[in-house]
Ligand binder design. Sequence first.
Ligand SMILES: Nc1ncnc2c1ncn2[C@@H]1O[C@H](COP(=O)(O)OP(=O)(O)OP(=O)(O)O)[C@@H](O)[C@H]1O
Length: 871
Amino acid sequence: MSQKPRVPPSLQSIKSMPVDIRFIASPDSDRIEKSNDVNLKHSDVIGSSVPENGGIGSEVVQEVENEESPYSGNNVAAEGRLTVDDEDLDSAASPLPSVSASHTDRWWGDTTSYASKKKLQSWVQLPDGNWELGKILSTSGTESVISLPEGKVLKVKSESLVPANPDILDGVDDLMQLSYLNEPSVLYNLQYRYQQDTIYTKAGPVLVAINPFKKVPLYGNDYIEAYKSKSIENPHVYAITDTAIREMIRDEVNQSIIISGESGAGKTETAKIAMQYLAALGGGSGIEYEILKTNPILEAFGNAKTSRNDNSSRFGKLIEIHFSETGKISGAKIQTFLLEKSRVVQCAEGERSYHIFYQLCAGAPPVLRGKLNLMSANEYKYLRQSSCHSIMGVDDAEQFRIVLEALDIVHVSKEDQESVFAMLAAVLWLGNVSFSVIDNENHVEAVADEGLITVAKLIGCDIEELKLALSTRKMRVGNDNIVQKLTLSQAIDTRDALAKSIYACLFEWLVEQINKSLAVGKRRTGRSISILDIYGFESFDRNSFEQFCINYANERLQQHFNRHLFKLEQEEYIQDGIDWAKVDFEDNQDCLNLFEKKPLGLLSLLDEESTFPNGTDLTFANKLKQHLNSNSCFRGERDKAFTVCHYAGEVTYDTTGFLEKNRDLLHLDSIQLLSSCSCHLPQIFASSMLTQSDKPVVGPLYKAGGANSQKLSVATKFKSQLFQLMQRLESTTPHFIRCIKPNNLQSPGLYDQVLVLQQLRCCGVLEVVRISRSGFPTRMSHQKFARRYGFLLLESVASQDPLSVSVAILHQFNILPEMYQVGYTKLFFSNWTGKMNGSDFFCSVTCLTFPLDGEKLILFWICYLAVLFFR
Ligand SMILES: Nc1ncnc2c1ncn2[C@@H]1O[C@H](COP(=O)(O)OP(=O)(O)OP(=O)(O)O)[C@@H](O)[C@H]1O
C-alpha cells in the first residue's frame, strides 16, 4: 500500500497515551493503571535516515500535558532515557512498551500477521509514546521491518505492531466500521474528522461529540430540515434526537437523551442543540419558544466561570419535554440537582460567582440601580475575592438584557422580576456586612453600615432584627431561653449561610415559576423525551464536598450507561440462550457500593458523623479510615483526606467543611428573620425551609449547632434525588451522547490525544464499540421474522412454527452461521463489519453499505443472499 499522505501533516503522527499507562492483562477487564515500570526499550533502527536528535534515537522526556485533566490521578510523568547504539541494533526488544501483545490480541484479535502478510500499514508506537503510521516492508520470524514517514526504517517485534485501517476507512462516521478497532485508529479517526469540523462520530449506539470550541456550520434550519427528511444521515445530535422522537412515537415509550462528559466537554451546548431540534419538530403551539428561553435564565443563575469552563453549569438538570398525541410539544418540566451553593460566598482565584450577579451589576437600568442601591461588581466582597469580574468575549450587560427578555417570555411578572433582583442585591450586600468586636471575649456585633441597612431594606426587615440575627443566637437550655453572642467566625458563618440559603431558595423558586409556565397542558399523552445534562466528573488539586457529590452522581450515571450498554445487552443474549462469550467491562458497582452501602458506606458514615454534636471533619476522616481501609476503592490519606478510585480515575478529597456542608443548617433565628420580612420572597423561602424541616425524615437525623429543626442531610437528599432520577430514566429508552473535551485550553483546532484517549477510556467508549461489533445489534422475534419473510419459503415449510420457519429461511438462503444466532424467542443478527475484519473486500462493502439499521440490514442480507441463491 502506498505511503501517500492520507491526512494533513499534523495528523501523520498520532501522539499516544503516556508510555506508563498500561493495560492490566486481566482476562476480564481492560483497565488503565499507573505503572512505575517504565520498561522502555527501543526499536531496532536498520535504516540510516533516522535523525540523530529526534525520533526514536532521541532522549525521551515525556510529561503528561494535561495537568488540569480530571483524570490526572492516573498519570505520572514518565522519564526514560533512550539511546540507540550499535549494540542495540540486533536487539529484538519490543519498542512498544505500553501496548502489550496480549492486550492487542485480546482486544482486537490477532490481525498483525494478516497485516504483515498483506504489507499493510501499521501503527507503531515510538518510545516517546507517539503513534506513527508505518508500512511493513518485510516480516521474518517474530520481527518486522517497517518504514516510517521521513525515511525512518525500524525493526520491531511483529506482535507490537497495531494494524492501521486501509485509506478507504479514513474518517468513517461510525467507529464500528473500522476494520481494525484499536486505540490509535480510533484516535486517528476522530482526529481526522475533527480537523474537518466533523465533530460527531458514532461509537456503535453512542454518539461521540468533540467540542469544537468555535462555531461550526452544522446547525440551523437547513440542517434540521435535512435530518428531519433524512436527506442527511451523518452522526449528529439532531440525528440522535430524531431517533428519540421516532422511537417515542413508534414504540410508545418515553425516551431519554443522556449527555455526559467532563466539565467543559460541551454537555450544556449539546443539550441546547437537542432542544433546538425537538422545538423545531414538535413546535407549533409556541411553548417550544418558552422552553428554549429557559436556557439563558438557568445559565445566568446556575452557571459560572470556572478554571475549566467559562460557562460551567454548577447544578444538574433534567428537562422532560412532553408531547401531545399529535407529536407536538405540550409542555415541559425541569428538575434541578444540587446547586453549588458555596460559590455564592466563596470562589477560587480566576473563577466567578454566578453570572447573574455580574449581569445585574453591569446591565441594570438606572431606576433599578437606584432601587437596589447597586454598585459595580468589584465593589462587592463576594465578587471581588477571586479577582475575576469579566469573561473574555462576554458582554454581561447584554446578557442581562437577554435574561430580562427570557423572564418575560416564561411569564415571570415584572413585579416578581424586581423581587428577584432585590434578593440578588441583598445577597451581594450581605457580603459587605461587617462586624465589630464588642468585648474581650471576641464577641461581635454587625455594624449598621450601608451594607446592613441596604440588606434590611431589600428584604424588608427591621435593621435591629437583622443585626441580632447576624450577631447572636437564641438557644433553649432547659426551660430557659438564652441569647448567646457570636464570635467573629461564627457571625461570618451565619451571614454567609443566610446569603447561600437566600440564593439557593431563589434558584429553586425560579425553577418552580418556570415549571408553572411550562406546565403540561391537558392534551398530554404522557409521552416525553428527557434530556439529562449533569455536571461532569471533576478532579482538582483540592477536592471538597461539592466534588464528592458531583463524582458520586457521575458514578450513578456511569452505572446506568454500563447497565444499558453492557449488562442488559448481554443478559438478553444469555436469557435467549444464544452462544455468547461474555464481554467484560469496567463495572463501577464496587465504587457505588463504597458510597451507598449501609451502615458502612461513605454517605452513611458522613451522615452519622454529622449527627454527632462533637463530630468534626477529622473524626469523620478517621472513621472512614477505620471502617473502609480494606475496601479496594478506598484509600485513607494523611491528615483529613481520603482517596476514592472512581471509574474515571482516583480523586483525593479533603474533608475540611464536609460536615458543615452536609448539615447545611440555617439557624432558626435566620429562618424566623426571613419569615418576618415584609417582602414576599423571603417569606416564601422561610416557609419552604420550615416545610423541609418538618418533612418526615427518612435518613439519619441530626440536631447540631443549636439549630432547632431537623432536616435531611445534603448527601441523603442528593442520594434520594439520584435514585428517583435513575428510576425515571429506567422507564425510558436511553440515547447516550458522550462529549469529549479535545484540549484544556478551550481552544479550537487543538486535539490533545492523551486527553481524548483518557476520556474515551474512562467512559468505556471503546468497549461499547467492541460489544456492538461482536454483538447482535439487530434482532427480531421469530413470529415477526416468519411473518415477514415466510413467503420466501415453500408452502410446506411456511406452515410450521415461527422458530422453524425462521431457521428454514436462514438455511434456504445459506446465510452464514456466524452472521446470526437463533435464540429461544428471537433471531439475533450480528454486525457484518465485525465479522469481516481484515478483508479488503469487506472494507469496501462496509463503506458502501453501512450504517444500515435493523430492518434495512436484514433486507440487505436477504436481497444479497437471494442474489447468490438464484445465480
Ligand atoms: N457544539 C458546539 N459548538 C460550538 N462551541 C461549543 C459546542 N459545544 C461546546 N462548545 C463550547 O464549549 C464551551 C463549554 O461547553 P459546555 O458549557 O456545554 O460544557 P459542559 O460539558 O456543559 O461543562 P460543565 O460540566 O462545566 O457545565 C461552550 O461555552 C462553548 O464555547
